[in-house]
Ligand binder design. Structure first.
Ligand code: FRU
Length: 474
């Protein structure tokens, strides 16, 4: 640990101590019970997701001293059940010439008892720059942890000179995996023609990387592609991308930035043209998803339950409590009938220990952390949460909608919708200030933050043919 890292560590500890002393009622009121959230400050992308020596580890983009976002560290938390997380500190801090303006996103490769953490070192040079074509350095860095808590000396693996010459300075977010004895890496990038692409590299020793090719779209699909992921799932090769600059198309691509997947045909090893993107989420707060393979073979995805650069559109009132943003619930992925499905990890079903079933309309107070599982065959279904978040489906319209009718509840969020051929079932997971709705066994998902007043946790369900169960942990 160098002197700067030591200083950051002390500052963080002092800030946390001070906060613990102050811990006012208001500060805890919107804190999730089952989701990853920062103890203080700002959180964005999940990083370095893995299972290491039996524990689940999640790192994340973390600005500990600025709830509105600022200089990025990697925050770290661990869990035994993917639902209850313990904060472990910030093992990666901006303490090197190559990452002094941010330890940006990346991933973990666990091998031979060591955690290899790959990330982007961000540097903004002084001077008059656009920071797109000049003035920014994005280096590929490696830090190894042998105890799952602290890291050894950081290594510089690649600089701008190692990336293809037609790219801008925006190259970042390495995701690494091993397949048939070879290491692969994908990185997000923006070309000088303002086209988003994903770069593919390979290596035989985890340190020396060779550029193999790229994934790109023939059609215009945004100026920058961030946070890529590539994985095998149920016989398909899935490429996951977070593109910026995709134009809205009817109900599609309604958020400022997107998160999409597509299936790759054939051997991915040279890159390819990609198409037929599908949005991973239809709600307001979902970005930069990443996956990892659990020891039991499950492909688990966690995404940032947030969106960059939307402050003028919608906000999160937790900022005044000194923290902002959280992750989605870890979701098990599967492909069913050709569609990528996301469902909460099965640990959640074991966590609920009290339930109540009902048929037809249902109305009443609910716990701030609970689940509602519904099945319907009727013509219409309407669920109103906290008096001002309406979820509705009408069979003749074939659109599922998530609509805030109370602007304070949504802190500026308005409406989203998505075509859904036939609504049969939905699971609504509510965790104090978040709502995740899983339709038809996770083939469509809507994710949003919401901010009910303390005594406003209620539900009103109107659906004549609806059957439901309400779950809590008591
Ligand atoms: C995505 C992102 C990444 C970058 C990180 C910085 O939200 O912009 O591309 O590495 O956030 O915090």
């Amino acid at each position: 640990m160098n002197a700067l890292h030591h200083l950051w560590k002390q500052l963080l500890e002092r800030e946390l101590e001070q906060r613990a002393g102050e811990a006012a009622e208001a500060e805890v009121r919107w804190r999730p019970r089952l989701h990853i959230a920062p103890p203080i400050g700002w959180l964005n992308d999940p990083n370095g997701l893995c299972q290491y020596q039996g524990l689940y580890h999640a790192f994340y983009q973390f600005s500990p001293f600025q709830p509105e976002g600022g200089l990025k560290f990697w925050g770290h938390c661990t869990s035994r059940d993917l639902l209850h997380w313990t904060f472990e500190g910030a093992p990666l801090a901006p303490d090197q010439p190559e990452d002094c303006h941010g330890v940006y996103s990346g991933s973990a490769l666990v091998e031979n008892g060591s955690m290899h953490l790959y990330y982007t070192g961000n540097v903004k040079e002084t001077g008059d720059h656009d920071f797109i074509n000049t003035g920014r350095r994005s280096s590929t860095m490696l830090a190894i942890s042998r105890d799952g808590r602290t890291v050894e000396a950081k290594e510089l693996l690649m600089t701008q000179n190692d990336y293809p010459a037609d790219l801008t300075c925006h190259v970042r977010d390495p995701k690494i995996w091993k397949q048939e004895g070879i290491y692969y890496m994908v990185q997000g990038a923006r070309t000088k023609e303002n086209k988003g692409v994903i770069l593919l590299f390979s290596s035989e020793d985890k340190r020396h990387w060779r550029y193999l090719g790229r994934f790109e779209s023939k059609e215009d699909f945004g100026y920058m592609w961030e946070c890529p992921d590539l994985y095998e799932l149920d016989g398909q090769t899935v490429l996951s991308i977070s593109p910026q600059g995709v134009k809205a198309e009817g109900l599609k691509y309604a958020n400022l930035y997107q998160s999409v997947t597509c299936f790759l045909e054939g051997d991915f090893c040279k890159g390819a043209q990609v198409k037929d993107f599908r949005e991973l989420d239809g709600g307001f707060d979902f970005y930069a998803p990443q996956t990892f393979l659990g020891d039991d073979g499950r492909r688990i995805q966690i995404a940032w339950m947030g969106m960059p650069d939307v402050e003028e559109l919608y906000t999160n009132p937790t900022v005044k409590d000194g923290w902002q943003h959280m992750m989605t619930i870890p979701r098990e992925l599967s492909i069913q009938n050709g569609v990528l499905c996301q469902n909460p990890v099965r640990e959640l079903e074991h966590w609920w220990n009290c339930s109540h079933s009902f048929v037809g309309d249902f109305e009443g107070a609910i716990e701030p952390c609970c689940e509602l599982a519904l099945s319907t065959e009727g013509e219409a279904l309407e669920v109103i949460l906290a008096g001002g978040l309406r979820l509705r489906y009408q069979r003749d319209e074939k659109i599922f909608r998530m609509e805030f009718t109370d602007s304070l509840l949504g802190a500026g969020r308005t409406t989203r919708g998505r075509e859904v051929e036939d609504l049969k079932s939905l699971r609504i997971l509510i965790d104090v200030s978040s709502v995740e709705v899983f339709l038809n066994n996770g083939s469509d998902v809507f994710t949003t933050r919401f901010y009910p007043e303390e005594h406003a946790y209620t539900v009103k369900i109107h659906g004549p043919d609806c059957r439901g169960t309400y779950y809590i942990h008591s």
